[in-house]
Design a protein around this ligand. Structure first.
Ligand SMILES: [Zn+2]
Length: 261
């Protein structure tokens, strides 16, 4: 966890160290005997503050929390009171100490058993890159309401999920991956083709929407991601309507592929 980038790092090594940031954010210590937990690390007590300068006796930056515990497995109250602000000292003293100390262990905060999974690591990485994204639980709650509870085939649900995650193979996504040289929609040739454009914004998509009862709502929609589109529609429409809307998106997507290729 403390390895350095080095002077001429490979792409893979850089990537691993970027991934380590995610681990740092998601790992927390399961406290046992406090022998590995440095006092200067800020995730062992809530709203931790750096110890005061020159307390007596003074704490080194390398000191571990175990040094704040006496031989009877009790917090050293005097020392803690001298070294930290009143609030921090109170928080430390309120922290219970395990009766039978076991070694400290790093556990994954986002799993009840403390075990890391690629899925939760990926969600955390996305949130680190775009802090405004909905949290993992918000997304699953919203998507549960909008997509997963609906009575539509699994493959259509998966398609819609991919649309909301912006991972459909649109022209713009192919262009971003440097597979093609131009992000412009191959049907209307007027705009970059992202997921919203392909399913809602493009004038060819609008022709399909025009045949449905949803056209009035669709035609005034500003450019946004498909999760927001579905959320907006779900506030006004019932379950059956949402099923139909998803079916229309599916139809537009497949007619688009026929047209383009
Ligand atoms: Zn278009």
């Amino acid at each position: 966890m403390e390895a350095k980038l080095g002077s001429n790092p490979s792409f893979v090594w850089r990537s691993i160290l970027w991934g380590r940031q995610v681990l740092h954010k998601g790992l927390r210590w399961r406290i046992g005997d406090w022998k590995q937990m440095k006092i200067s690390e800020n995730n062992w007590v809530k709203n931790f503050e750096i110890p005061r300068a020159n307390p007596q006796p003074s704490l080194s930056m390398e000191a571990v929390v175990a040094e704040l515990i006496d031989g009877n497995n009790k917090w050293r109250e005097d020392w803690i009171g001298q070294s930290f602000s009143k609030e921090t000292a109170e928080r430390i003293l309120r922290t219970s100490l395990p009766k039978t100390p076991r070694p400290d262990k790093l556990v994954w905060h986002f799993d009840k058993h403390g075990i890391y999974s690629v899925k939760s690591g990926y969600q955390l990485a996305l949130n680190l890159k775009s802090p405004d994204r909905l949290s993992c639980s918000d997304i699953s709650k919203t998507m549960g309401k909008v997509i997963w509870v609906n009575d539509i085939p699994e493959k259509v649900k998966t398609f819609m999920w991919r649309a909301t995650q912006n991972v459909l193979i649109t022209v713009e996504n192919l262009w971003k991956r440097k597979i093609i040289g131009d992000p412009v929609c191959q049907r209307c040739c007027s705009m970059s083709e992202d997921v919203f454009h392909a399913l809602v914004g493009c004038k060819f998509a609008r022709k399909v929407w025009k045949l449905t009862e949803f056209y009035e709502e669709i035609k005034v929609m500003a450019h946004q991601d498909m999760l927001s589109v579905l959320q907006e529609l779900a506030m006004k429409r019932g379950k059956k309507d949402i099923e139909q809307i998803i079916a229309v998106c599916w139809a537009i997507w497949h007619s688009r592929n026929c047209f383009v290729f």
